[in-house]
Design a protein around this ligand. Structure first.
Ligand code: FES
Length: 298
């Protein structure tokens, strides 16, 4: 826990803009009579958005506005580290996460960039007053470490180079791209999705097929079987000798099949089995051998 004190130098006075004052009055009305102090955090945050930081005159103003003791507002402002108690950079105050996952992933390099490009010490505005920085604890984007926050956005998957470019863009007034500074989408695995990739999960084909895992497994198994059959067919076609492809065989209808079996049984009676057949064409089992041979060749 850091020591949090009000800045040594304070402005003479504080006032909300007319728009923010109207917003503050409306916000207080949301709470029951006598409970207006509940709006203290919201109003302090709006003050910080307006001024860039929370000054002592602002804290006193909130105490009067919400009819609560000044010390209670001071307690809130000094307890929550999101409230900045000293002036910060005009264009941006950069919060660098220095907790373990970010530090392992390179936050130390980002801190070096802050020290060399902004100021050697945190909470000190840069020479031109545009930027300031501080080190903070985990900001909840550890999976995209290392990262920084420039309220209200976060900038993730940073390197010293990409962080330096963000600083260049702020200085030049160029728009920033929040989120990962690499080509990954949000916190997806680097290189793309590795799970939940089955198209059936997204094409609506599983709707109405029953609930849960069993339906998903059936749909996925059916697709994989179809894909495997297609691949086997393609492999067989590729392995076949070149030339005119043999016409595809029509599936044999059951009635035809029965007749063919019956004809086959008749063949031995029509051929003299005592003589070895020199011509394979006249042997009753010639067709079977051919099939076996062609099967081996395949
Ligand atoms: S450790 Fe840096 S965001 Fe969590």
């Amino acid at each position: 826990m850091s020591v949090r004190r009000l800045a040594a130098e304070q402005p003479e006075s504080f006032a909300l803009t007319p728009e923010n004052l109207a917003w503050a009055q409306k916000t207080v009305e949301k709470f029951p009579a006598g409970r207006q102090a509940s709006a203290v955090i919201q109003i302090l945050w709006r003050i910080q958005e307006q001024e860039g930081w929370v000054s002592e005159p602002a804290i006193r103003w909130v105490g009067e506005f919400l009819d609560m003791p000044y010390i209670r507002v001071l307690e809130v402002a000094t307890f929550y580290t999101m409230f900045l108690l000293a002036p910060v950079g005009r264009k941006a105050h950069i919060q660098v996460c220095g907790t373990t996952p970010c530090m392992i992933a390179g936050a130390g390099e980002l801190l070096k960039v802050c020290r060399s490009r902004i100021h050697a010490e945190p909470f000190h505005p840069s020479a031109n007053g545009d930027l300031s920085w501080e080190e903070v604890e985990c900001l909840g984007a550890c999976v995209n470490a290392p990262m920084v926050q420039i309220v209200p956005d976060t900038y993730e998957d940073l390197t010293a180079e990409s962080f330096g470019k963000i600083i260049d863009d702020i200085e030049a007034g160029r728009p920033l791209k929040p989120g990962p500074q690499t080509d990954r989408f949000n916190s997806m695995p680097i290189g793309g999705a590795r799970v939940l990739t089955s198209p059936e999960l997204y094409d609506g084909s599983m709707i109405g097929q029953g609930a849960g895992l069993a339906a998903a497994r059936d749909a996925i198994a059916a697709r994989e079987a179809a894909e495997a059959a297609k691949a086997a067919e393609a492999a067989a076609a590729a392995a076949a000798p070149s030339g005119d492809p043999a016409p595809a065989k029509e599936p044999v209808a059951p009635a035809v099949k029965v007749q063919a079996e019956a004809d086959k049984e008749k063949v031995p009676n029509q051929v003299d089995q005592s003589q070895p057949a020199s011509d394979p064409a006249v042997r009753p089992d010639a067709g079977k051998e051919q099939v076996a041979e062609s099967g081996e060749k395949k």
